[in-house]
Write a protein that binds this ligand. Structure first.
Ligand code: G4P
Length: 252
């Protein structure tokens, strides 16, 4: 929910829409299913996607047909056959829009980019004879008026780290992970549950010591954020549908 921009409802009015749960590989699979059901119960078409390994891409094409079935039917009544569906990918920064477009477009996109002198700007990439995707994603800004949502967005890297206090952010993330997946966290940074400052224990576990002595907590913070965002700590879902509570390892 944090990563949804409320304007999309307005912008997408009267359009067929598909919610892609991208980076599904980084989230808890049970919660992926729960989110899928949640959005489906609200009438959305939903597909779980991993844009890095391509899983979910085949399903998308079928679901798009399903989502656009009224439009296709209207065309058919008017005698228009096989008009390609044109789709746009929209979302906040870092959710994987470009990776997704590259993945689904595959070779067709590379070909467009490789040709020198090709007009830059908006272009439609043919995915199949019946589906075209705009090659430039629609960038929406995250909503930052809800503090909890803003924190989650910072954790996942949708807010530029350069404007944040990364040490404070990493400490907060570690506290959250301590609630959600204490075992996985302890496995990765042993003794994290025993230190007053969790970043100190990351330094201890990894040997991040400054030349003049003392812990290199800046490096520890960077490491924690990177390892969380690349799924190395655990598959974590920060929000649950409906309840808005965080997920707990022991209840999984
Ligand atoms: P954006 O256009 O929405 O801003 O996002 P972008 O495609 O640039 O993706 C942001 C980061 O998320 C990239 O990692 C990308 O590889 C990663 N990513 C995209 N989709 C998935 C997915 O389904 N699963 C996982 N695990 N990661 C995904 P990066 O580290 O910033 O860049 P790179 O080093 O991978 O190129």
């Amino acid at each position: 929910l944090s990563s949804r921009n409320p304007d999309i409802d307005q912008l997408g009015q009267n359009k067929s829409r598909l919610i892609l749960l991208n980076k599904a590989d980084l989230a808890d699979e049970r919660q992926n299913e729960a989110w899928k059901e949640y959005f489906q119960s609200k009438g959305f078409h939903v597909v779980k996607v991993d844009s890095r390994n391509g899983s979910g891409m085949k399903t998308i094409q079928n679901v798009i047909q399903e989502a656009c079935k009224e439009k296709i039917e209207r065309d058919r009544r008017r005698g228009i056959k096989n008009r390609p569906i044109r789709a746009m990918v929209a979302g906040i920064p870092n959710v994987g829009k470009s990776t997704f477009i590259n993945c689904i477009a595959g070779k067709s996109r590379a070909m467009v980019g490789d040709r020198p002198g090709v007009t830059k700007g908006k272009q439609w990439v043919k995915i199949t004879p019946y589906l075209e995707i705009m090659d430039t994603p629609g960038l929406l800004w995250p909503k930052l008026d809800n503090e909890l949502y803003a924190h989650h967005l910072a954790f996942i890297g949708s807010i530029n780290d350069d404007i944040l206090d990364t040490e404070a952010l990493a400490r907060e993330l570690l506290e959250e992970l301590m609630r959600i997946c204490p075992n996985s966290l302890n496995q990765r940074y042993s003794g994290i549950d025993t230190c007053d400052d969790p970043l100190d224990s990351v330094c201890k576990a990894r040997g991040f010591v400054l030349s003049g002595g003392g812990y290199d907590t800046v490096r520890a913070a960077r490491t924690v954020l990177d390892e969380f965002r690349s799924g190395k700590i655990a598959r974590v879902t920060l929000e649950l549908p409906e309840t808005d509570e965080t997920q707990h390892e022991e209840t999984r």
